[in-house]
Design a protein around this ligand. Sequence first.
Ligand code: NAD
Length: 342
Amino acid sequence: MSAINFAVIGYGGMGAYHVHNILPNENERIHIVGTYDINEERQAISQEKGHKIFKSYDEVLADETIEAVLIATPNDLHKELSIAALKAGKHVVCEKPVALNTAELDEIVAVAQETGNTFMVHQNRRWDPDFLLVRELYRNGQIGDLFQLESRVQGANGIPGDWRHVKKQGGGMLLDWGVHLLDQMLWLIDSPVKDVKADLSFVLGEEVDDGFFALITFENGVKAIVEVGTSNYTQLPRWYIKGTEGTATITDWDLNGEMVQATGREDVAAPKPVQAGVGLTKTMAPPSELAAKEIPFPKAEADFEPFYKNFYNVVRNGAEPIVKNEEVRAVMQLIERIFATA
Ligand code: NAD
């Protein structure tokens, strides 16, 4: 079956990343016909790289050879550009966050349903190796049942770019990184959200949040702490995972870290008190060598298709999308709940 003829809308940081880093691996399935950006400098750069340049969005939509578009523009444009493409008979891959809120998403999905065209959101961090490792630990029980998962990304560079500082353009870190971390949690933990406590940070004094903290309790009792910061000159680990039989610290995206498993041995002597600061503690003494052992992280690979392979199979073969619009909606609802709580 033939590759899907594709146009990239918004040839900025992420649009160019799709073109140069993701789609080259997919050239049997996705054929990039050209790009369109309102910024002339970006148009010129794309042209220099040898791409066909569309002069307007209308030109893309009127081109009958184009079957699908990627929307990689600032967040406030996702809704109108997606709806226009769906109405013009195109399938759509839309960057995250899908839109500014659930109501906007519902409008897009209604048009996708009316037109019968595919609308899929690029919630790509389901494929991150660190997340796949946590998913493997959640499933394989190596450190028991996971009852608390802490997921953090922390930088020291403030809010990047231009439009990410502007509220009406969908700026702020909850809509930016929050989508990824919350999508991972909701996709992983197969239980409804029971309670949310949250706080947004405005350390930089801007009109949008520069980070947030959320404590999410699921109905099955699992707790997730999700935190994003942009004023962190040192970082906490990317993941800290507590299971009933062990603990895992995944420091970074390269899977550095450590995992310690309780041995469950019965011949372990009671821990001896240790000096702690100016006091003494038995409770906080390290476990004895017999009580716990360090074990390597398991191998964890995606047992589901890469994003664009799945998009191709959805469009050409009626496959189930991996990123479902109901799941995207659940993430937007959780984001709205965090905004309201905070
Ligand atoms: P960016 O500012 O680098 O690029 C946006 C581009 O869109 C710019 O070149 C701009 O000129 C262009 N643009 C603006 N209005 C347009 C219009 N009406 N028509 C065509 N082009 C238009 O921003 P970015 O970092 O590339 O982010 C773009 C989108 O990608 C955002 O929604 C962001 O959340 C998302 N993103 C996703 C990931 C991910 O991992 N999935 C990573 C980064 C960004």
